[in-house]
Design a protein around this ligand. Sequence first.
Ligand code: G3P
Ligand code: CA
Length: 273
Amino acid sequence: MNESTTKSFMNIAHRGASGHYPENTMLAFRKALEKGFNWIECDVRLTADQQVVVIHDRLVDRTTNATGEVSSFTLTEIKELDAGSWFAEEWAGEQIPTLEELLVLMEKHHARLVIEIKDGINFPEIIEKVLTIVDAAGMKEAVSISSFNWEVLEQVRKLDPEISLSALVLFDPKAEEQYVLRDSGKTRVYNSVDDLLQDCLDRQVDIVCPPADETTSEMVDRLHQHDLLVRVWGLKRLNDKEIEDLLRMGIDGATADYPDQLEEKLREMKIRL
Ligand code: G3P
Ligand code: CA
């Protein structure tokens, strides 16, 4: 990551401004960007005809007017779905975007994008496709690739030694089970900061993303000692105490469904905007 990224707090509009607008639509992305949020997070999957589209779930059921697996629709078919009215009738007709469409919008706003690769285990070809699309858009410097699966992150690093990597991690100091199924892959549940740190260093990760409710000062300090950035995931509607505690720990960023609420708190606490 270049320096300009690390100097300001990464207030990342999660799936766009998804608290206010239908997630992962151009509407949600545009609204976040128009409000001045210059970091966006999105989720990507492959269609039946191998196109990279922006949608969170494996199924289209929750966020569109249809049912079935994303991977069973061609791009033409998926573009016919209504991805807005499940959220509010006034947004009927919003489409599922392609990654290319989103990158054009990001470039126009000189903004940065976290691309979370979903199900790179069952659909490993998505990894190279995402990198090719980002490269063709000339947006490598403005992108960080994220995943909960080490296999996916390792493959990204192998294909591109420079692109920013954001490792989404699970952490529970009391965890007995070491692995859970997440995005169709095995994801380690860390119970030790040192194990997490070592795995991130070994994989040349740039940004470590622990769950907001398991992040501690000790963890943030230890990761910072090794020049790793810490941005948390899992912030929903803002809980004042939770976010104040996290900001005092010195986290570098967070994905937020309500980036406007997070910004208010950042201003109040005079954190690097
Ligand atoms: O910020 C990361 C977060 O997006 C990971 O979880 O389920 O919202 O994709 P999920
Ligand atoms: Ca995500």
